[in-house]
Design a protein around this ligand. Structure first.
Ligand code: B1M
Length: 209
């Protein structure tokens, strides 16, 4: 079905929201939401990122592509929560946030949905989140796992600030970091406990804690 797979890629690259929704519904007949996220949506966004970086496309197109990807993802999110209806008892709580100065939240939202699917209760603080709000949420909800996302070189330092404050205020907490620019080395630089390259790895790490 290369034709449909091509169209998801094209729909996102061209920033066609309606097309992205149609292709999603079509592809759902043969693929799981997780497969579509990993094999179709993320690779398309990565291509778009490269096109933007090399000046082939500009910000308005980047925004349209992100909107198309979000539209596809929203359908999958609904589907995944339907599959996730079995009664579950104790859930481990996790605070998730994109750090301050950074408005990229597609990756964080994917991590959220997949964690919820694996029985975590996610307290999602959103994007561009000040460090103090992370601390507040950890204390209020008595959370021991924090996941932080940063997509830009500049906001790696926001991540470092947030973790520094967390170390002062919430000693018990374990911090997992992720996002396009991060590497195991940067994760160490910002003072995180773990680096997760994707959503499934986040689940594996959090489950082991
Ligand atoms: Co922007 N952007 N963007 N952008 N954008 C990048 C990140 C960039 C790499 C593009 C590029 O130039 N190649 C570049 C950063 C360069 C750098 O610093 N090295 C960039 C830039 C520069 C910008 C602006 C500054 C552009 C401008 O205004 N001139 C601006 C930022 C404004 C700001 O934040 N203050 C901007 C804006 C935007 C849009 C709004 C248009 C849109 C975001 C829409 C949204 O998120 N709501 C956007 C997009 C879509 C991208 C790219 C193309 C795709 C990002 C994405 O969603 N990827 C991106 C290029 C790229 O990454 N290749 C780019 C898919 C997503 C699933 O991957 O987020 O990595 P990712 O998440 C993965 C893993 O990393 C991991 O799991 C996820 C699932 O596998 N993970 C975690 C992520 N977070 C985690 C947290 C965890 C664990 C795992 O915690 C436990």
């Amino acid at each position: 079905h290369n034709e449909t797979i091509m169209s998801m890629n094209l729909a996102i690259k061209k920033g066609l929201k309606e097309e992205a929704k149609t292709v999603t519904l079509e592809l759902m007949k043969e693929k799981s939401p997780l497969e579509m996220i990993e094999l179709d949506i993320i690779p398309a966004l990565n291509e778009v990122g490269k096109l933007y970086e090399t000046g082939v496309i500009f910000l308005p197109q980047l925004i349209k592509s992100a909107e198309a990807a979000k539209a596809a993802f929203e359908i999958l999110q609904v589907e995944m929560s339907k599959q996730n209806v079995e009664a579950r008892t104790t859930k481990t709580k996790v605070v998730l946030a994109t750090v301050y100065g950074d408005i990229h939240d597609i990756g964080k939202n994917i991590v959220k949905v997949i964690m919820e699917n694996y029985n975590f209760e996610v307290i999602d603080l959103g994007k561009d989140v000040p460090s103090e709000r992370v601390i507040e949420a950890v204390k209020k909800h008595e959370v021991r796992i924090v996941g932080l996302s940063a997509l830009m070189t500049t906001t790696v330092n926001s991540m470092k600030d947030t973790i520094t404050l967390l170390r002062k205020e919430c000693e018990e907490v374990k911090v997992i970091v992720g996002g396009a620019v991060l590497t195991p080395e940067l994760a160490q630089y910002v003072g995180a406990d773990y680096f997760a390259k994707d959503a499934m790895e986040t689940v594996r790490i959090a489950s082991s804690l």
